[in-house]
Design a protein around this ligand. Sequence first.
Ligand SMILES: Nc1nc2c([nH]c(=O)n2[C@H]2C[C@H](O)[C@@H](COP(=O)(O)OP(=O)(O)OP(=O)(O)O)O2)c(=O)[nH]1
Length: 142
Amino acid sequence: MKSVLLPVVALAMIDSVGRVLMQQRPQAKEHGGLWEFPGGKPESGEGPRTALVREIAEELGVVVDPSQMFEITFASQESGPDQRAIVLLLYGCRNWEGEPQCLEPGARIAWVDRAAMLALPMPPLDVPLARALAPILDSVMK
Ligand SMILES: Nc1nc2c([nH]c(=O)n2[C@H]2C[C@H](O)[C@@H](COP(=O)(O)OP(=O)(O)OP(=O)(O)O)O2)c(=O)[nH]1
């Protein structure tokens, strides 16, 4: 599939006991039923943090300060016959305003600890992101 590299941004919201908020994709969408870090595609003119502020407000109804976000890691896939090239950037944050609610129709959200996160079925690029996040969740629990 020939197309321009697609950037996607995602946020690991980490609570005070080291759990992270995961979002289950609606069944009808690509990767339906799989669990991912909330986020999405930047719109024209947006940087990664600006895009995340918007996506997190739209999907979860909470306000995140871009200066409170920190880079964790990224994952990428090359283009192939049936897939496009993607780079998925994972940010983290420990503070936000409001209680997350699932505002996307057909989606679900859950707070999960390290072990539960690693056991969730995820789209392929979220898997290495979760592995990189695991030791960060451990350090919060200590
Ligand atoms: N998180 C994640 N997204 C992936 C993977 N592989 C893959 O093609 N994607 C695509 C699906 C979407 O096109 C895009 C993620 O953006 P999104 O969360 O806004 O997706 P969406 O389907 O809700 O998009 P839309 O309805 O708003 O157009 O990345 C993956 O492994 N993890």
